[in-house]
Design a protein around this ligand. Structure first.
Ligand SMILES: [Zn+2]
Length: 308
């Protein structure tokens, strides 16, 4: 069974300006690095419907984004979060890709999927845009999976170097969703300590600046995977941020593409046992184009049958 790779040219429209590391060239680098991987199929990402977006985001918030999207230039939502013409279509492609991937997998048309989209989503709250993020793609996909497929246990794994504070806020009172995040601490956005546990469904794994893959693997093996296994999810969503790579300018972790490949194989093998292999991964951060490209490639290879 194939691994879908979903993207869309609309994801190139969102323009943060030259001073911001979150740029269209990120998606181009990922697509170019994953173009020829056996066992994959590239498909266009659909737009998320407003109904899908509103399962997570408040109507007033979404309406204000729609009203504020500029015809030209940029508007600033906070110090590093902007909208340009086309930004909402870009983020709707990201959320739509994740929902479409869930549907394709439950219809038996694909084994798993990677959404090579932007802007990222995991910092976005129900009613706040922040950290480059406008709509929270993994959250929209999780709510869609509950509504459309009746799922009762969904796990979201987030290995971005930054804490997935938006995802945590959205699900911290929703024990049917397990959220496990590893992230450098301290670092933006400043949340993600061990004592933030929500309804017992939030697991934060703060990592010291400078740690390498050995410690990253040990932390996930000892803490993250143990919780994941006992939760027995019906679907696994991944917030795949590759800004923990040693080349990345925004974090100080020392991870390599091999570490992301290892993580992905571990999850894929577990998913085969617990949930028919159902994994939907969504691109979050990753701001060094070389580190991002090689990491995304290792991640996608880890998702494919050819790797096993
Ligand atoms: Zn990040």
């Amino acid at each position: 069974m194939k691994t879908l790779i979903l993207s869309h040219d609309d994801c190139l429209l969102h323009d943060n300006g030259a001073k911001i590391a979150e740029s269209p060239s990120r998606v181009k680098a990922v697509l170019s690095a994953t173009r020829d991987i056996p066992g994959t199929e590239h498909l266009p990402a659909p737009l998320a419907s407003e109904e899908q977006i509103l399962q997570v985001h408040e109507q007033d918030y979404w309406s204000s984004l729609v009203e504020n999207e500029p015809e030209e230039g940029r508007v600033s939502l906070d110090w590093d979060t902007f909208m340009s013409r086309g930004s909402l279509d870009a983020t709707r492609r990201g959320s739509g890709a994740a929902c479409f991937a869930v549907d394709q997998i439950f219809e038996g048309k694909a084994k798993n999927a990677f959404c090579a989209t932007r802007p990222p989503g995991h910092h976005s709250y129900q009613n706040v845009a922040m950290g480059f993020c406008l709509s929270n793609h993994v959250a929209v996909a999780a709510r869609h999976a509950q509504q459309a497929h009746g799922l009762e246990r969904i796990a979201i794994l987030d290995f971005d170097v930054h804490h997935g504070n938006g995802t945590q806020e959205i699900f911290e009172q929703s024990p049917e969703v397990l959220f496990i995040s590893s992230h450098q601490f301290p670092l933006y956005p400043g949340t993600g300590t061990r004592d933030e546990t929500g309804a017992g469904n939030i697991v934060n794994i703060p990592l010291d600046p400078g740690i390498d893959g050995t410690e990253f693997r040990k932390a996930w093996s000892d803490i993250g995977f143990a919780r994941l296994f006992s939760f027995d999810p019906e679907l696994i969503l991944i917030s795949a941020g590759f800004d923990g790579h040693q080349r990345d300018p925004l974090g100080q972790l020392m991870l390599t593409a091999d570490d992301y490949g290892w993580f992905t194989r571990e999850i894929r093998n577990f998913a085969d046992e617990c949930c028919d292999g159902r994994v939907v991964s969504v691109l979050e951060g990753g701001y060094d184009l070389e580190g991002l490209a090689e990491s995304a490639r290792a991640h996608v290879i880890g998702l494919t049958d050819a790797n096993q």
